[in-house]
Design a protein around this ligand. Structure first.
Ligand code: C2E
Ligand code: SIN
Ligand code: SIN
Ligand code: FE
Length: 383
C-alpha cells in the first residue's frame, strides 16, 4: 500500500473498518487488526497489547519470518511508563517511529528490549509503535509494527505518510476493540448475575453453593460427549445453574428437614419444578427460556414416572434429560440435610440400573464417556 493514492487508501480503510466491525470475538478481531496493520504498512512482524489497569498485556504477535512464533513466545506485562517503547507510546499517546531500534539515541527515555530478538534469532530494525485511542482519546492498547519492507522485501524505514494512515487505522481498530470488550463485559455481567442468583437459591438447602457449579459443568461434559456443538454446550453450562431456582418458593422447613418428607411436604417439594418454570418462562432471552425448560423437565423420568408432567422418553426435552443425570450424580455424591454421600461405586451402579427407567441411555453413555473429566471436575470443585 506504500505508494497508493489517497482515494485507494480511503477505500481500503473503509473496507478494513467493515471487516473489523464484523468480528464478534476479541481474539478474532485482534488477529485481524494486527494482520491488516501489517498489510497496510508491509511489515514483517508486529505485536498487539491491550491496556489493563496501569499495564499493557501482550496478546498476540505475528511474524512472517518466524512462522510458528506464538507457540514458544512468552512475555511479561509492560508498565505504562517511559521506560519501554510500547509503554512510552501508551503513556504519552504519541506514535513512536524508530528507524533502527539498535541505534536509539542514549538521551531517549526508553530503550529497546533485545530479549525477543535474542531468543528468536530475529533482527528488528525499523519499528512503528502506535497507541490505539478510542473515541474519547483514551489509550486502550498499543500496536507495534516491526521491519517495514519494500517491494523487494528489503527492510526499510516507516514513512510519514504510512504513519498518518496507520494512525487513522488504529482509531478505527480501537473503537471496534472497545465495542467487543463492552459486549463481552455485558455478557459476563449477565451470566454472572444468573449464576449468583442460582447460588443464592442453593444456599437455602446446602451451605456451599458448589452443587450447581459442579452439575452445570457435568451437564456440559455430557452434552459435549453426546455430540452437541459448542454453542449448545455453552448454553447448557450457563442455563443449568437455574434448574432448582424454584426452590426459592419452597419453605426452609421442608428443604432442610433432616428426614424423609411426608406426602404433603413432598407434594410441595415437587412444585419447585413448575415454580422455577413460572419464574423464567416469559423471558425474551433464549438462555432464560432454555433454563425454564430445564427447571420444568429435570425431574421427569425416561420411563414416564417422573414429575411434574409424567413426560416419557424423547418427549422430555434433551436438556432436561441431561441435567437429570448430572443433578442426581452430584446429589448422590454429596451430603444433603436428609442423606449422607454415597460411594462412587454405588452411584455408578444406580445409574446403570436406571438405564431406560430414570435416565436416557444415550445420556448415560455420554456420561460414562466423559467420566474421567467428570471425576476431575468433582475433585477440583469439592466442598
Ligand atoms: P436434591 O437433594 O438436589 O436431589 C436431587 C435428586 O437427586 C433427587 O430428586 C433424586 O432424584 C436424587 N437423589 C437425592 N438423594 C437420593 C437418594 O438418597 N436416593 C436416590 N435414589 N436418589 C436421590 P428428587 O427425589 O425429585 O428430589 C428433589 C428435591 O427434593 C431434592 O433435591 C431435595 O431438595 C428434596 N428432597 C427429596 N427427598 C427428600 C427427603 O427425603 N428429605 C428432604 N428434606 N428433602 C428431600
Ligand atoms: C517494547 O516496546 O519495548 C517492548 C517490545 C519490544 O521491545 O519489542
Ligand atoms: C459463571 O460464572 O458465569 C457461571 C459458570 C460457572 O462458574 O459455573
Ligand atoms: Fe430439582
Amino acid at each position: 500500500m506504500i505508494s497508493m493514492n489517497k482515494e485507494i487508501i480511503l477505500n481500503e480503510l473503509i473496507n478494513i473498518s467493515i471487516l473489523i466491525s464484523s468480528k464478534s470475538t476479541l481474539n478474532d478481531l485482534l488477529d485481524t487488526v494486527l494482520k491488516k496493520a501489517r498489510d497496510i504498512t508491509n511489515s514483517d512482524a508486529g505485536s498487539l497489547y491491550l491496556k489493563e489497569g496501569n499495564r499493557l498485556i501482550f496478546l498476540i504477535t505475528q511474524n512472517d519470518t518466524l512462522k510458528d512464533i506464538n507457540k514458544n513466545f512468552k512475555s511479561f506485562p509492560i508498565y505504562i511508563d517511559k521506560h519501554s517503547i510500547a509503554g512510552y507510546a501508551a503513556f504519552t499517546g504519541d506514535i513512536i517511529r524508530i528507524d533502527d531500534v539498535y541505534n536509539i539515541p542514549k538521551e531517549y527515555p526508553f530503550s529497546f528490549n533485545i530479549e525477543f530478538d535474542q531468543n528468536n534469532n530475529y533482527k528488528s530494525t525499523s519499528m512503528l509503535t502506535i497507541p490505539m485511542k478510542d473515541n474519547e482519546k483514551e489509550v486502550i492498547g498499543v500496536l507495534q509494527l516491526i521491519n517495514a519492507k519494500d517491494s523487494e522485501e528489503k527492510i526499510v524505514t516507516y514513512s510519514n505518510e504510512i504513519e498518518k494512515i496507520i494512525e487513522s487505522f488504529a482509531s478505527i481498530a480501537a473503537v471496534a476493540i472497545k465495542n467487543v470488550q463492552l459486549k463481552d463485559s455485558i455478557k459476563r455481567a449477565h451470566l454472572e448475575t444468573i449464576y449468583r442468583l442460582s447460588v443464592a437459591a442453593e444456599y437455602k438447602d446446602t451451605d456451599t453453593g458448589t452443587h450447581i457449579k459442579r452439575m452445570s459443568r457435568y451437564s456440559e461434559v455430557i452434552a459435549r460427549n453426546m455430540g452437541f456443538d459448542s454453542k449448545y454446550c455453552e448454553l447448557l453450562l450457563y442455563a443449568s445453574p437455574l434448574h432448582d431456582i424454584g426452590k426459592l418458593g419452597i419453605p426452609d422447613a421442608i428443604l432442610t428437614k433432616p428426614a424423609k418428607l411426608d406426602p404433603d411436604e413432598w407434594d410441595m417439594m415437587k412444585k419447585h419444578t413448575t415454580m422455577g418454570y413460572e419464574i423464567l418462562k416469559d423471558s425474551s432471552e433464549h438462555l432464560i427460556k432454555f433454563a425454564a425448560s430445564i427447571a420444568l423437565s429435570h425431574h421427569e423420568r425416561y420411563d414416564g414416572n417422573g414429575y411434574p408432567n409424567r413426560l416419557k422418553g424423547e418427549n422430555i426435552p434433551v436438556e432436561g434429560r441431561i441435567v437429570a443425570l448430572a443433578d442426581v450424580f452430584d446429589a448422590l455424591a454429596t451430603k444433603r440435610p436428609y442423606k449422607e454421600p454415597w460411594p462412587l461405586e454405588k452411584i455408578l451402579d444406580l445409574i446403570q440400573v436406571e438405564r431406560d427407567k430414570q435416565f436416557d441411555s444415550n445420556v448415560i453413555e455420554a456420561f460414562f464417556k466423559g467420566l474421567d473429566e467428570i471425576l476431575d471436575i468433582q475433585s477440583r470443585l469439592s466442598d
